[in-house]
Design a protein around this ligand. Sequence first.
Ligand code: SDX
Length: 371
Amino acid sequence: MSDKKTGGLAGVIAGESAICTVGQGSGLNYRGYSIEDLAAHATFEEVAYLLQYGELPNLATLNTYKKKLIAARSLPEKLKTILENIPKTAHPMDVMRTGCSALGTLEPEDDFTTEQDRVIVRLLGIFPSILLYWHHFHNAGVRIDTHSEQDTIAGYFLEKLHNTSPREDQIRCMHVSLILYAEHEFNASTFAARICASTLSDTYSTITTGISVLRGPLHGGANEAAMKLIDSFANEEEATKGVYEMLEKKQLLMGFGHRVYGLGGDPRSPIIKSWSKKLGGDTATFRISETIEAIMKKEKPQLPTNADFFSASAYRFLNIPTDYFTPVFIMSRTTGWAAHVKEQRANNKLIRPSSEYNGPDNREYIALDKR
Ligand code: SDX
C-alpha cells in the first residue's frame, strides 16, 4: 500500500497491541487505565509495574517491586570506570545509550525468556545512577554513591542530581511527568524496539535501540529543543515577533504537532502544563511558553502542544539541566519499551515489511574498463 501522500507509515496499522490506546477516541489509556487517573492518583512505580506485568500492584507487591528497583541502582565498578572515560562533552543521551550497552556486557542476559524482567528492573533502577555518576564525576570530580533514603525513582533522581532532599511537590511533579512519558503505543522508538525484539535479540539491545531512536529532535529530543526555543526569547514581545518570523519561514516549532494528535490536542499536555504552572507559573519562562502556545493555537490549531512543550518548563522549574530532559524521558519510556518488547516476544513474528520499488529497471552489467 503506497503511503506516498503522507509518508512515515502515517495512518498505517502496523500490528496489534493490548498495552495502550492513542488517538482512538477513548483517550490515552495504559492497559485500560486513563492517563488522567494515573497522573492524579498513582506513583510512577505503580505505572511501571502495570506496564511491565499487566496489572496494578497491591501494596505488598508494590513494596517488593520498589525494593528490587532500589537494589538495582548500584553501579558495577567496571561501569563506573567506563562512565569516567566518557568525555564530559558527550551528549547525555549517548551516555545513557553507552551505559545500557556496557551493562549488557558486564551483566549479560543469557536467556530473555527467563531473564527479561530482571534486566528491565535493573535498567529502570540503574539509569538515574548512570547519568548522575557521569554528571558529578565530570562536573565536580565527585564519585557519587547510590545510597539514598528516597524510595522512588522520582525522588532518587532529584536528590542525586541536586545533592539535597527535593520538596514533595517537586517529587510529585516528577512522578506525573514519568507517568505521562511512560508509554505511547507504536511511536518511533517503541516500534523500533519491537522490531529489534522480533529478531529475538536481547533486552539490552531492544532498550539501546529505543534510546537511539528517542534521541532525535523530531521525537524525544523535542523537549530539549522546545526549552532552547523558549530560552531564545527574553520576553513575551520577543516571543511573539520570533514565532511569527518562524512561521513565515515555515520553520518547525519544537514541542508542537503530533503524528496522531491534531485539533483535539495531546491529552498529556494540559496535565504537565498544570504542573509547570504550579512550580513556575509566575515566571517569564512560563509566560513566554503560554505566549508561544497562544500564537500556535491561533495560527496553527492543527499543531497542538505535544507532551514535550510544557515538559520543558516543568523540568526547568525542577532545575534539571536542559540536555538531561531526554535522558529523563528514557527513565520513563523504558517501561513502555519493555512492555512492548515482552508483548512482541509473547507472540512473535519477525517484523519485515515490503517497500514499493521506484528505482531503475533491470539493466546489463558494464565492465569497469567500459564505463
Ligand atoms: C513525541 O509518536 C508519538 O507518540 C511520539 C511521542 C511519544 O510519546 O512517543 O508523542 C513523543 O515524539 C512528540 C513529538 C515531538 N516532536 C516535536 O515536537 C517536533 C516538532 N513536531 C514536528 O516535527 C511534527 O509535528 C511531528 C514530527 C511531531 C509530526 O509530524 P508529521 O505527522 O510527520 O507531520 P508533517 O511533518 O508532515 O507536518 C505536516 C505539516 C507540514 O507543513 P506542510 O509541509 O504541509 O506545509 O505541518 C507542519 C509541517 O511543516 N508542521 C509544523 C510542525 N509540525 C508539523 N510546522 C511548524 N512547527 C511544527 N512543530
